[in-house]
Design a protein around this ligand. Structure first.
Ligand code: FRU
Length: 490
Protein backbone atom coordinates (compact mmCIF):
# COMPACT_ATOMS: atom_id res chain seq x y z
CA UNK A 1 0.00 0.00 0.00
CA UNK A 2 1.92 2.99 -1.32
CA UNK A 3 -0.33 5.46 0.49
CA UNK A 4 0.73 4.12 3.86
CA UNK A 5 4.46 4.48 3.16
CA UNK A 6 5.46 7.82 4.67
CA UNK A 7 8.43 8.39 2.31
CA UNK A 8 6.85 7.03 -0.89
CA UNK A 9 6.19 9.90 -3.34
CA UNK A 10 2.52 10.09 -4.27
CA UNK A 11 2.83 11.98 -7.57
CA UNK A 12 6.33 10.90 -8.67
CA UNK A 13 7.28 7.60 -10.26
CA UNK A 14 9.13 5.09 -8.08
CA UNK A 15 9.83 1.36 -8.54
CA UNK A 16 7.79 -0.98 -6.43
CA UNK A 17 10.91 -2.59 -4.95
CA UNK A 18 14.67 -2.51 -5.48
CA UNK A 19 17.14 -0.10 -7.00
CA UNK A 20 16.55 2.39 -9.83
CA UNK A 21 18.79 5.01 -11.46
CA UNK A 22 18.66 6.86 -14.82
CA UNK A 23 15.51 7.18 -16.92
CA UNK A 24 15.98 5.38 -20.26
CA UNK A 25 14.18 4.83 -23.54
CA UNK A 26 11.61 7.60 -23.12
CA UNK A 27 9.26 7.34 -26.07
CA UNK A 28 5.61 7.95 -26.92
CA UNK A 29 3.97 5.23 -28.99
CA UNK A 30 0.35 4.41 -29.75
CA UNK A 31 -1.08 6.57 -27.00
CA UNK A 32 1.35 5.50 -24.28
CA UNK A 33 4.26 7.32 -22.68
CA UNK A 34 6.98 4.78 -21.97
CA UNK A 35 9.44 5.12 -19.14
CA UNK A 36 12.28 2.61 -18.97
CA UNK A 37 14.90 2.93 -16.30
CA UNK A 38 18.18 1.54 -14.98
CA UNK A 39 17.04 -1.20 -12.65
CA UNK A 40 18.50 -3.92 -10.46
CA UNK A 41 15.91 -6.70 -10.43
CA UNK A 42 17.86 -8.47 -7.68
CA UNK A 43 18.39 -5.90 -4.96
CA UNK A 44 18.24 -2.34 -3.68
CA UNK A 45 21.79 -1.29 -4.49
CA UNK A 46 23.32 -0.79 -7.95
CA UNK A 47 23.98 -4.02 -9.89
CA UNK A 48 22.70 -6.41 -12.58
CA UNK A 49 21.65 -3.37 -14.58
CA UNK A 50 18.62 -4.06 -16.72
CA UNK A 51 15.79 -1.94 -18.09
CA UNK A 52 12.73 -1.67 -15.85
CA UNK A 53 9.53 -0.46 -17.52
CA UNK A 54 6.39 1.56 -16.88
CA UNK A 55 3.73 3.17 -19.07
CA UNK A 56 1.44 6.13 -18.62
CA UNK A 57 -1.51 7.62 -20.49
CA UNK A 58 -0.75 11.13 -19.17
CA UNK A 59 2.84 11.41 -17.81
CA UNK A 60 1.67 11.34 -14.19
CA UNK A 61 -0.18 8.03 -13.61
CA UNK A 62 2.23 5.10 -14.08
CA UNK A 63 1.61 1.41 -14.46
CA UNK A 64 4.51 -0.90 -13.59
CA UNK A 65 5.29 -3.48 -16.28
CA UNK A 66 7.57 -6.54 -16.18
CA UNK A 67 11.31 -6.14 -16.71
CA UNK A 68 11.86 -5.12 -20.35
CA UNK A 69 15.50 -5.87 -21.19
CA UNK A 70 17.47 -8.10 -18.79
CA UNK A 71 21.19 -8.38 -18.14
CA UNK A 72 22.43 -11.49 -19.93
CA UNK A 73 25.72 -13.34 -20.60
CA UNK A 74 27.69 -10.92 -18.49
CA UNK A 75 26.44 -7.88 -20.39
CA UNK A 76 24.55 -5.27 -18.41
CA UNK A 77 21.97 -3.07 -20.10
CA UNK A 78 23.20 0.46 -19.45
CA UNK A 79 21.45 3.72 -20.28
CA UNK A 80 20.07 4.54 -23.71
CA UNK A 81 17.06 5.64 -25.67
CA UNK A 82 14.16 4.41 -27.76
CA UNK A 83 12.81 5.56 -31.11
CA UNK A 84 9.86 4.46 -33.23
CA UNK A 85 11.23 3.42 -36.64
CA UNK A 86 8.28 4.76 -38.65
CA UNK A 87 9.88 4.11 -42.06
CA UNK A 88 11.20 0.71 -41.02
CA UNK A 89 14.72 1.84 -41.87
CA UNK A 90 16.24 -0.96 -39.78
CA UNK A 91 13.88 -3.59 -41.18
CA UNK A 92 12.95 -4.80 -37.69
CA UNK A 93 9.22 -4.10 -38.04
CA UNK A 94 7.03 -3.05 -40.95
CA UNK A 95 5.90 0.36 -42.18
CA UNK A 96 2.35 -0.41 -41.08
CA UNK A 97 3.47 -1.67 -37.72
CA UNK A 98 6.75 0.10 -36.96
CA UNK A 99 9.14 -1.34 -34.40
CA UNK A 100 10.17 0.39 -31.25
CA UNK A 101 13.96 0.31 -31.30
CA UNK A 102 15.99 0.68 -28.10
CA UNK A 103 19.58 1.85 -28.51
CA UNK A 104 21.52 1.15 -25.32
CA UNK A 105 25.00 0.58 -24.01
CA UNK A 106 26.05 -3.01 -23.46
CA UNK A 107 28.46 -3.06 -20.54
CA UNK A 108 30.53 -6.20 -20.10
CA UNK A 109 33.67 -8.15 -20.94
CA UNK A 110 35.74 -5.01 -20.33
CA UNK A 111 33.97 -2.88 -22.95
CA UNK A 112 31.08 -0.53 -23.53
CA UNK A 113 29.41 -0.87 -26.93
CA UNK A 114 26.15 0.34 -28.45
CA UNK A 115 23.48 -2.31 -28.95
CA UNK A 116 19.91 -2.50 -30.22
CA UNK A 117 16.82 -4.29 -28.99
CA UNK A 118 13.40 -4.04 -30.60
CA UNK A 119 9.74 -4.63 -29.89
CA UNK A 120 6.80 -5.04 -32.24
CA UNK A 121 4.17 -5.38 -29.52
CA UNK A 122 4.04 -1.91 -27.97
CA UNK A 123 7.09 -2.50 -25.84
CA UNK A 124 5.72 -5.55 -24.03
CA UNK A 125 8.42 -7.95 -25.21
CA UNK A 126 11.92 -7.19 -26.48
CA UNK A 127 14.38 -9.00 -28.71
CA UNK A 128 18.07 -8.20 -28.68
CA UNK A 129 19.31 -7.54 -32.22
CA UNK A 130 21.29 -10.51 -33.56
CA UNK A 131 23.94 -8.26 -35.11
CA UNK A 132 24.92 -6.51 -31.87
CA UNK A 133 26.98 -4.47 -31.25
CA UNK A 134 26.11 -1.81 -33.82
CA UNK A 135 28.91 0.46 -32.58
CA UNK A 136 32.14 -0.73 -30.97
CA UNK A 137 35.23 1.47 -30.75
CA UNK A 138 37.04 -0.74 -28.26
CA UNK A 139 36.45 1.60 -25.36
CA UNK A 140 35.64 0.84 -21.74
CA UNK A 141 33.92 4.23 -21.22
CA UNK A 142 31.70 4.85 -24.26
CA UNK A 143 28.08 5.06 -23.29
CA UNK A 144 24.53 6.41 -23.07
CA UNK A 145 23.45 6.89 -26.72
CA UNK A 146 20.61 9.31 -27.51
CA UNK A 147 19.20 8.96 -31.02
CA UNK A 148 16.78 11.21 -32.91
CA UNK A 149 15.54 11.58 -36.47
CA UNK A 150 16.91 14.74 -38.11
CA UNK A 151 14.48 15.68 -40.87
CA UNK A 152 16.65 18.32 -42.69
CA UNK A 153 19.38 15.76 -43.41
CA UNK A 154 16.98 12.77 -43.53
CA UNK A 155 19.17 10.83 -41.16
CA UNK A 156 19.23 9.32 -37.68
CA UNK A 157 21.67 11.11 -35.39
CA UNK A 158 23.28 9.80 -32.25
CA UNK A 159 25.05 11.64 -29.47
CA UNK A 160 27.02 9.36 -27.16
CA UNK A 161 29.66 9.97 -24.53
CA UNK A 162 33.33 9.12 -24.27
CA UNK A 163 32.67 9.49 -20.59
CA UNK A 164 36.12 9.69 -19.04
CA UNK A 165 37.40 12.10 -21.71
CA UNK A 166 34.35 14.34 -21.30
CA UNK A 167 33.89 14.23 -25.05
CA UNK A 168 30.59 13.73 -26.86
CA UNK A 169 30.65 11.98 -30.23
CA UNK A 170 28.01 12.60 -32.92
CA UNK A 171 27.15 9.90 -35.43
CA UNK A 172 24.79 9.62 -38.38
CA UNK A 173 22.95 6.60 -39.78
CA UNK A 174 20.35 5.82 -42.42
CA UNK A 175 19.20 2.57 -40.80
CA UNK A 176 20.13 2.57 -37.06
CA UNK A 177 22.49 -0.31 -37.82
CA UNK A 178 25.52 1.37 -39.43
CA UNK A 179 26.87 4.50 -37.81
CA UNK A 180 29.34 7.07 -39.20
CA UNK A 181 31.14 9.55 -37.02
CA UNK A 182 30.25 13.17 -37.88
CA UNK A 183 31.93 15.31 -35.23
CA UNK A 184 33.01 15.61 -31.60
CA UNK A 185 32.36 18.13 -28.85
CA UNK A 186 34.45 18.65 -25.72
CA UNK A 187 36.04 18.56 -23.30
CA UNK A 188 34.07 21.69 -22.43
CA UNK A 189 32.02 23.25 -19.65
CA UNK A 190 32.99 22.28 -16.12
CA UNK A 191 36.18 20.41 -16.88
CA UNK A 192 37.84 19.86 -13.54
CA UNK A 193 37.41 16.42 -11.99
CA UNK A 194 34.28 15.58 -13.91
CA UNK A 195 33.14 13.22 -16.63
CA UNK A 196 30.16 13.19 -18.99
CA UNK A 197 27.28 10.75 -19.12
CA UNK A 198 23.74 10.59 -20.49
CA UNK A 199 23.83 13.35 -23.14
CA UNK A 200 20.78 14.73 -24.93
CA UNK A 201 20.47 17.14 -27.86
CA UNK A 202 17.28 18.87 -29.04
CA UNK A 203 15.89 22.03 -30.54
CA UNK A 204 13.73 24.42 -28.51
CA UNK A 205 11.78 27.60 -29.16
CA UNK A 206 12.89 30.86 -27.54
CA UNK A 207 9.97 32.37 -25.59
CA UNK A 208 9.64 35.75 -27.22
CA UNK A 209 6.88 35.31 -29.70
CA UNK A 210 9.27 35.07 -32.65
CA UNK A 211 10.05 31.91 -34.57
CA UNK A 212 13.54 31.75 -33.11
CA UNK A 213 14.83 28.35 -32.07
CA UNK A 214 18.15 27.22 -30.64
CA UNK A 215 19.59 23.83 -29.69
CA UNK A 216 20.35 22.52 -26.24
CA UNK A 217 23.13 20.02 -25.60
CA UNK A 218 22.91 18.53 -22.11
CA UNK A 219 25.33 16.18 -20.32
CA UNK A 220 25.81 14.99 -16.76
CA UNK A 221 28.85 14.71 -14.52
CA UNK A 222 29.18 12.02 -11.89
CA UNK A 223 30.83 14.47 -9.50
CA UNK A 224 31.81 18.14 -9.35
CA UNK A 225 28.33 19.62 -9.84
CA UNK A 226 27.11 22.90 -8.34
CA UNK A 227 25.45 21.55 -5.18
CA UNK A 228 28.02 18.80 -4.67
CA UNK A 229 28.16 15.31 -6.14
CA UNK A 230 26.52 14.58 -9.48
CA UNK A 231 24.53 16.93 -11.71
CA UNK A 232 23.94 18.21 -15.22
CA UNK A 233 25.14 21.11 -17.35
CA UNK A 234 23.81 22.39 -20.67
CA UNK A 235 25.00 24.43 -23.60
CA UNK A 236 22.75 26.58 -25.77
CA UNK A 237 23.85 26.76 -29.37
CA UNK A 238 23.42 25.88 -33.04
CA UNK A 239 23.36 22.49 -34.65
CA UNK A 240 23.61 21.91 -38.40
CA UNK A 241 23.16 18.15 -38.48
CA UNK A 242 26.92 17.59 -38.25
CA UNK A 243 28.30 19.82 -35.54
CA UNK A 244 27.07 21.53 -32.39
CA UNK A 245 28.41 25.07 -31.75
CA UNK A 246 27.65 26.70 -28.41
CA UNK A 247 26.78 30.41 -28.28
CA UNK A 248 27.55 30.80 -24.60
CA UNK A 249 29.16 29.04 -21.63
CA UNK A 250 27.53 26.03 -20.03
CA UNK A 251 24.93 26.52 -17.28
CA UNK A 252 23.65 24.28 -14.48
CA UNK A 253 20.53 22.27 -15.21
CA UNK A 254 19.37 22.27 -11.60
CA UNK A 255 20.72 23.99 -8.48
CA UNK A 256 19.62 21.30 -6.05
CA UNK A 257 21.44 18.10 -5.38
CA UNK A 258 19.03 15.58 -6.79
CA UNK A 259 18.37 15.87 -10.50
CA UNK A 260 20.53 13.62 -12.64
CA UNK A 261 20.72 12.19 -16.13
CA UNK A 262 17.58 13.89 -17.51
CA UNK A 263 16.59 12.76 -20.99
CA UNK A 264 13.73 13.85 -23.20
CA UNK A 265 10.88 11.93 -24.76
CA UNK A 266 11.08 10.84 -28.35
CA UNK A 267 8.13 10.82 -30.77
CA UNK A 268 5.82 13.10 -28.80
CA UNK A 269 2.78 14.04 -30.88
CA UNK A 270 3.91 16.77 -33.27
CA UNK A 271 0.69 18.76 -32.92
CA UNK A 272 1.42 19.00 -29.21
CA UNK A 273 4.84 20.52 -29.94
CA UNK A 274 6.26 19.88 -26.49
CA UNK A 275 9.75 18.79 -25.44
CA UNK A 276 9.52 17.01 -22.09
CA UNK A 277 12.20 15.42 -19.97
CA UNK A 278 12.44 13.60 -16.67
CA UNK A 279 15.44 13.12 -14.39
CA UNK A 280 16.61 10.68 -11.75
CA UNK A 281 15.66 12.35 -8.45
CA UNK A 282 18.92 11.48 -6.77
CA UNK A 283 22.65 12.10 -6.51
CA UNK A 284 25.27 9.39 -6.90
CA UNK A 285 27.05 10.64 -3.78
CA UNK A 286 24.04 10.22 -1.47
CA UNK A 287 22.15 7.56 -3.42
CA UNK A 288 21.84 5.06 -0.56
CA UNK A 289 18.76 6.87 0.66
CA UNK A 290 16.83 5.60 3.71
CA UNK A 291 13.83 4.02 1.99
CA UNK A 292 12.97 0.36 1.93
CA UNK A 293 12.40 -1.93 0.01
CA UNK A 294 12.60 0.51 -2.94
CA UNK A 295 15.25 3.08 -3.74
CA UNK A 296 14.82 6.35 -5.57
CA UNK A 297 12.23 8.04 -7.70
CA UNK A 298 12.01 10.17 -10.83
CA UNK A 299 11.36 13.93 -11.01
CA UNK A 300 8.10 15.38 -12.21
CA UNK A 301 8.25 15.38 -16.03
CA UNK A 302 9.17 18.92 -17.08
CA UNK A 303 8.24 20.84 -20.19
CA UNK A 304 11.21 22.72 -21.66
CA UNK A 305 11.73 26.01 -23.46
CA UNK A 306 14.32 28.78 -23.68
CA UNK A 307 14.16 32.35 -22.40
CA UNK A 308 16.46 35.31 -22.90
CA UNK A 309 17.02 37.07 -19.56
CA UNK A 310 19.43 39.71 -18.20
CA UNK A 311 22.54 38.11 -16.72
CA UNK A 312 22.96 38.20 -12.96
CA UNK A 313 26.39 39.88 -13.12
CA UNK A 314 25.50 42.62 -15.63
CA UNK A 315 21.88 43.45 -16.40
CA UNK A 316 22.82 45.10 -19.70
CA UNK A 317 23.93 41.67 -20.94
CA UNK A 318 21.55 38.82 -21.63
CA UNK A 319 21.80 35.05 -21.64
CA UNK A 320 19.51 32.35 -22.95
CA UNK A 321 18.46 30.01 -20.17
CA UNK A 322 16.68 26.68 -20.15
CA UNK A 323 13.17 26.98 -18.70
CA UNK A 324 11.66 23.93 -16.99
CA UNK A 325 8.07 23.72 -15.80
CA UNK A 326 6.11 20.78 -14.40
CA UNK A 327 3.99 19.28 -17.18
CA UNK A 328 0.47 20.71 -17.19
CA UNK A 329 -0.91 17.21 -16.50
CA UNK A 330 0.25 17.58 -12.89
CA UNK A 331 -2.42 20.23 -12.35
CA UNK A 332 -5.12 17.60 -12.81
CA UNK A 333 -4.01 16.14 -9.45
CA UNK A 334 -4.67 19.41 -7.62
CA UNK A 335 -7.51 19.21 -5.16
CA UNK A 336 -9.39 22.12 -3.72
CA UNK A 337 -7.11 25.12 -3.70
CA UNK A 338 -6.70 27.57 -0.92
CA UNK A 339 -5.45 31.13 -0.68
CA UNK A 340 -3.36 31.39 2.46
CA UNK A 341 -3.29 34.49 4.62
CA UNK A 342 0.39 35.36 5.03
CA UNK A 343 -0.03 38.61 6.97
CA UNK A 344 1.50 36.97 10.07
CA UNK A 345 4.91 36.99 8.35
CA UNK A 346 7.75 37.90 10.72
CA UNK A 347 10.55 36.51 12.78
CA UNK A 348 10.50 33.93 14.35
CA UNK A 349 8.53 32.05 11.66
CA UNK A 350 4.79 32.20 12.24
CA UNK A 351 2.53 29.30 11.43
CA UNK A 352 -0.35 29.87 9.00
CA UNK A 353 -3.49 27.81 9.07
CA UNK A 354 -4.38 25.72 6.07
CA UNK A 355 -7.77 24.08 5.76
CA UNK A 356 -6.52 21.75 3.05
CA UNK A 357 -4.77 18.65 4.30
CA UNK A 358 -1.07 19.11 4.01
CA UNK A 359 -0.56 16.35 6.56
CA UNK A 360 -0.26 13.94 3.64
CA UNK A 361 2.76 15.99 2.63
CA UNK A 362 2.01 15.99 -1.10
CA UNK A 363 1.16 19.45 -2.27
CA UNK A 364 1.70 22.14 -4.87
CA UNK A 365 2.32 25.67 -3.63
CA UNK A 366 2.55 28.89 -5.61
CA UNK A 367 3.86 31.99 -3.96
CA UNK A 368 5.13 35.45 -4.71
CA UNK A 369 7.86 36.74 -2.43
CA UNK A 370 8.47 40.48 -1.97
CA UNK A 371 11.55 40.80 0.23
CA UNK A 372 11.40 44.61 0.31
CA UNK A 373 14.39 45.95 2.24
CA UNK A 374 14.76 42.86 4.38
CA UNK A 375 17.41 40.26 4.13
CA UNK A 376 15.15 37.30 3.51
CA UNK A 377 11.68 35.86 3.42
CA UNK A 378 10.08 32.56 2.68
CA UNK A 379 8.36 29.53 4.07
CA UNK A 380 9.19 26.67 6.38
CA UNK A 381 7.50 23.34 5.99
CA UNK A 382 7.64 22.11 9.55
CA UNK A 383 7.36 18.33 9.89
CA UNK A 384 8.13 17.92 13.57
CA UNK A 385 9.74 19.47 16.61
CA UNK A 386 12.93 21.16 15.35
CA UNK A 387 12.38 19.60 11.93
CA UNK A 388 11.64 21.68 8.84
CA UNK A 389 12.48 22.31 5.20
CA UNK A 390 13.13 25.98 4.48
CA UNK A 391 12.56 27.63 1.11
CA UNK A 392 13.28 31.31 0.74
CA UNK A 393 14.88 34.27 -0.94
CA UNK A 394 18.16 35.60 0.47
CA UNK A 395 19.18 39.09 -0.63
CA UNK A 396 22.86 38.42 -0.01
CA UNK A 397 23.87 37.29 -2.54
CA UNK A 398 20.49 37.29 -4.35
CA UNK A 399 19.46 33.65 -4.35
CA UNK A 400 16.50 31.39 -3.83
CA UNK A 401 17.45 28.44 -1.66
CA UNK A 402 16.25 25.18 -0.21
CA UNK A 403 17.72 24.36 3.18
CA UNK A 404 17.36 20.73 4.21
CA UNK A 405 19.76 20.87 7.15
CA UNK A 406 16.91 20.22 9.61
CA UNK A 407 14.67 18.22 7.29
CA UNK A 408 14.57 14.97 9.27
CA UNK A 409 16.85 12.02 8.60
CA UNK A 410 20.01 13.70 7.31
CA UNK A 411 22.57 11.51 9.05
CA UNK A 412 22.65 8.62 6.59
CA UNK A 413 25.36 10.43 4.60
CA UNK A 414 27.70 13.28 5.66
CA UNK A 415 27.09 15.12 2.37
CA UNK A 416 23.30 15.17 2.69
CA UNK A 417 22.46 18.06 5.04
CA UNK A 418 22.86 21.52 3.54
CA UNK A 419 21.49 24.50 1.71
CA UNK A 420 21.28 24.68 -2.09
CA UNK A 421 20.88 28.01 -3.83
CA UNK A 422 20.12 29.37 -7.29
CA UNK A 423 21.07 32.93 -8.34
CA UNK A 424 17.75 34.68 -8.85
CA UNK A 425 16.68 38.02 -10.30
CA UNK A 426 13.90 40.07 -8.73
CA UNK A 427 11.39 41.44 -11.21
CA UNK A 428 9.66 44.56 -9.86
CA UNK A 429 10.94 43.52 -6.44
CA UNK A 430 9.32 40.09 -6.58
CA UNK A 431 10.21 36.49 -7.22
CA UNK A 432 7.65 33.78 -7.93
CA UNK A 433 8.06 30.22 -6.70
CA UNK A 434 6.24 27.04 -7.50
CA UNK A 435 7.02 24.43 -4.88
CA UNK A 436 6.04 20.80 -5.34
CA UNK A 437 6.47 18.74 -2.17
CA UNK A 438 5.88 15.01 -2.26
CA UNK A 439 6.69 13.24 1.01
CA UNK A 440 10.40 12.73 0.32
CA UNK A 441 10.93 15.23 -2.52
CA UNK A 442 10.89 18.98 -3.03
CA UNK A 443 11.15 20.79 -6.38
CA UNK A 444 11.24 24.58 -6.46
CA UNK A 445 10.60 26.23 -9.84
CA UNK A 446 11.82 29.82 -9.72
CA UNK A 447 10.40 32.69 -11.82
CA UNK A 448 8.29 30.42 -13.97
CA UNK A 449 11.00 27.84 -14.47
CA UNK A 450 14.13 29.97 -15.08
CA UNK A 451 15.94 27.93 -12.44
CA UNK A 452 15.06 24.85 -10.42
CA UNK A 453 16.17 23.39 -7.10
CA UNK A 454 15.42 19.68 -6.66
CA UNK A 455 16.18 17.95 -3.38
CA UNK A 456 15.24 14.74 -1.63
CA UNK A 457 14.17 15.05 2.02
CA UNK A 458 13.40 12.38 4.63
CA UNK A 459 11.09 13.84 7.26
CA UNK A 460 10.40 11.72 10.30
CA UNK A 461 6.82 12.93 10.66
CA UNK A 462 4.05 13.89 8.28
CA UNK A 463 2.31 16.34 10.60
CA UNK A 464 3.29 19.27 8.41
CA UNK A 465 2.59 22.88 9.33
CA UNK A 466 3.37 25.81 7.07
CA UNK A 467 5.18 28.77 8.54
CA UNK A 468 6.05 32.08 6.91
CA UNK A 469 9.01 34.22 7.83
CA UNK A 470 10.51 37.55 6.92
CA UNK A 471 13.83 38.89 8.10
CA UNK A 472 12.55 42.47 8.39
CA UNK A 473 9.37 44.60 8.54
CA UNK A 474 9.16 45.22 4.79
CA UNK A 475 9.11 41.54 3.76
CA UNK A 476 5.87 40.32 2.25
CA UNK A 477 4.45 37.23 0.67
CA UNK A 478 1.88 38.78 -1.60
CA UNK A 479 0.41 35.52 -2.81
CA UNK A 480 0.36 32.01 -1.44
CA UNK A 481 -1.89 29.40 -2.93
CA UNK A 482 -1.91 25.76 -1.89
CA UNK A 483 -3.29 22.64 -3.52
CA UNK A 484 -3.06 19.19 -1.92
CA UNK A 485 -2.15 16.68 -4.64
CA UNK A 486 -4.12 13.52 -5.19
CA UNK A 487 -2.10 10.32 -5.09
CA UNK A 488 -1.47 8.64 -8.44
CA UNK A 489 -1.39 5.26 -6.71
CA UNK A 490 -5.05 5.29 -5.57
C1 FRU B 1 24.66 7.45 -15.13
C2 FRU B 1 25.22 6.08 -15.45
C3 FRU B 1 25.32 5.90 -16.94
C4 FRU B 1 25.27 4.42 -17.11
C5 FRU B 1 24.32 4.01 -16.01
C6 FRU B 1 24.64 2.69 -15.38
O1 FRU B 1 24.01 7.55 -13.93
O2 FRU B 1 26.48 5.93 -14.82
O3 FRU B 1 26.45 6.51 -17.52
O4 FRU B 1 24.81 4.04 -18.38
O5 FRU B 1 24.37 5.03 -15.02
O6 FRU B 1 23.67 2.30 -14.48
Amino acid sequence: DYLAEPLRPQVHFSPEIHWMNDPNGLVFHQGEYHLFYQYNPAGNTWGHMSWGHAVSPDLVHWEHLPLAIPEEDGVMIFSGCCVVDHDNTAGLGTKDDPAMVAVYTGHGHGKQVQNLAYSTDRGRTWTKYAGNPVLDINSSAFRDPKVFWHAPSQEWKMVVSLADEKVLVFYGSSDLLQWNELSRFGPAGVVSKSNWECPDLFELPVENGSEETLWVLEADMGSGAIAGGSGGEYFVGKYDGVRFSPIQDSQWVDHGRDFYAPVSWSDLPEEDGRRIWIGWFNNWETCLVPTFPWRSCMSIPRELSLRRIPTAADASQSAVVLVQRPVRELEALRQGGEQIDTSAIGWPPQSVTTQGQIAELSFDLEMTLEPGESRSCGVRIRTGEGEFIEVGYDREPGVVYVDRTHSGNVDFHPGFAGRHAAPTRLQDGTVTLRVVVDRSTIEVFINDGEAVISDRVFPTSQQAVLEVFGGGPTAKISKMQLWPLKSIWM
